[in-house]
Design a protein. Sequence first.
Length: 241
Amino acid sequence: MAETQDTFYKSFSEKKLTGYGSGRRSRIEQHRLGLLHRHKPAPGDMVEVGPGHGTLALQAVAAGWRYTAIEASQILIDVLKGKGLRVIESWAPPIPVPDASTDVVYADQVLEHMNGIEQARLFTAEALRALRPGGVFFVVVPDYLKERNFFWDVDYTHNFVTTERRERQLLYDGGFDIAQVVRSIGVATGLRRDALAAAALLANIPGLDALSRYTRTEELLFKIRKNLFETLTFVARRPAA
């Protein structure tokens, strides 16, 4: 088991972003942090589950948040600690913080990695427990209804299907009030997102996968689909009472 955990998400941790990719990731994080601040401005306590390489974390700290990461991958833990971030080594759920101890639980593309309904419900319950009254559960998930097969192909750890309706039901049943839902591709929302979603149809023409194998452009096709990946962002609040 130790060996499995030591190499968990090795493939993710070793990915090197291009200059464009790094800039795009930074803009996405800025966009999401701006959305969070419209509902729960800094300063305060933030717990992020699944922080990746810590790109959101550094911006959150700069904005005034007292930041803690929850991460299971030893490879990523070393990366995060190397950036001076506070990290708790743990799988989630549970979320290993005291009851009502944080103002924000931030989970960017985490819920779809749950192994089923019960674990997704437990993760949601843990977020509610960890938050102070009025605190925000900030959740980003893929939209399965757009991504379909790519939902499974983009990451072997995707298990729990996420759609807007399913996520609304999960959060409502979990005791949260949903303050806002934003549908986006990168930082594009509204008509710009709709235009990109229409363009994504061209990247999923039947037979394109076979053609990419013959022309050895599979990785290029994957990157195009990844850049057109659609997410749903939920700002859910723990009731004050």
